[in-house]
Every structure is written in C-alpha cells, then in structure tokens.
Design a protein around this ligand. Structure first.
Ligand SMILES: [Zn+2]
Length: 138
C-alpha cells in the first residue's frame, strides 16, 4: 500500500521545522553574544584586579618609605619633611586610584551606586537602600 502523502501536513511540518531552526539559530547567536560579553567582562575584571593588586603594592612601598623617614627622625637623624610630604601626597593619589579601581570592579560585578547619594546597592535593588531614590540600571 502506498503511503498517503498529505501535502498540507507536510507543509505545516516544514514551516514548523523552519521556524524552530531559525529560533535555534537566533538563540545560539544571542548565547554567543552573551558569552562574548561575559568573556570581555571577565577580562576587564581580571585587569582591574591586577591594577588593584599593583596599587596596593605601591601604597605599601610608599608607606614603608614614609615609615623609614619617620623612624630615622626618631633615631636622631632628622629627615627632610618635604620628602615625607611628597611621599604622603603620592599615597593620597594612589589611594584615590585604588578606590576608583575598586568601585569600577564592583560595578562590573553588578553593584549599583546611587546617583543621588552615592550609596552602594545590591544589583537586585530597584531603589536606593539609603535615600530611596530609584536606581539606574546599567
Ligand atoms: Zn541613594
């Protein structure tokens, strides 16, 4: 017995298959875009972490140098106060860079900073937990 060929059924099946294939391709594209974005973000996070490590190391070295000048003074070998001042100013600048880098890393990880009061908020918050203003999602 010959198989009955149902043209309508065949066409419906074909349309559905096409739609599914297109949907799968679209989903794959979106997935790849998300993966690409994730990879870019994790690279940026890794760079920020290494910047933070370097800054902390530099701050440690500067503070140690400042400490040595203070200790030399204590030991009766007065150090140049301008030199100490210069070191402390470098530490101020490094600390500013450090807090900028740490803030940026937090933003990458989803922390929301309130535009109004600057408070840190969890990524799921819609309103600032400090001042109640709506939070702007990135
Ligand atoms: Zn706020």
């Amino acid at each position: 017995m010959a198989i009955q060929f149902d043209k309508d059924l065949w066409n419906r099946l074909l349309r559905r298959t096409k739609k599914t294939a297109a949907g799968a391709a679209e989903a794959a594209k979106t997935g790849a875009a998300i993966m690409g974005q994730k990879a870019e973000e994790s690279l940026a996070c890794a760079k920020l972490r290494s910047t933070i490590r370097e800054l902390k190391g530099e701050i440690d070295r500067e503070l140690r140098a400042a400490g040595e000048l203070v200790y030399a003074t204590h030991k009766g070998n007065p150090s140049d106060s301008d030199a100490l001042q210069a070191i402390l100013e470098r530490v101020d600048a490094l600390n500013q860079d450090l807090s900028d880098a740490e803030r940026e890393l937090k933003i990458f990880k989803g922390t929301l900073f309130c535009d109004v009061c600057g408070a840190e908020n969890a990524a799921i918050n819609a309103y600032c937990q400090e001042c109640g203003q709506p939070l702007r999602k990135r």
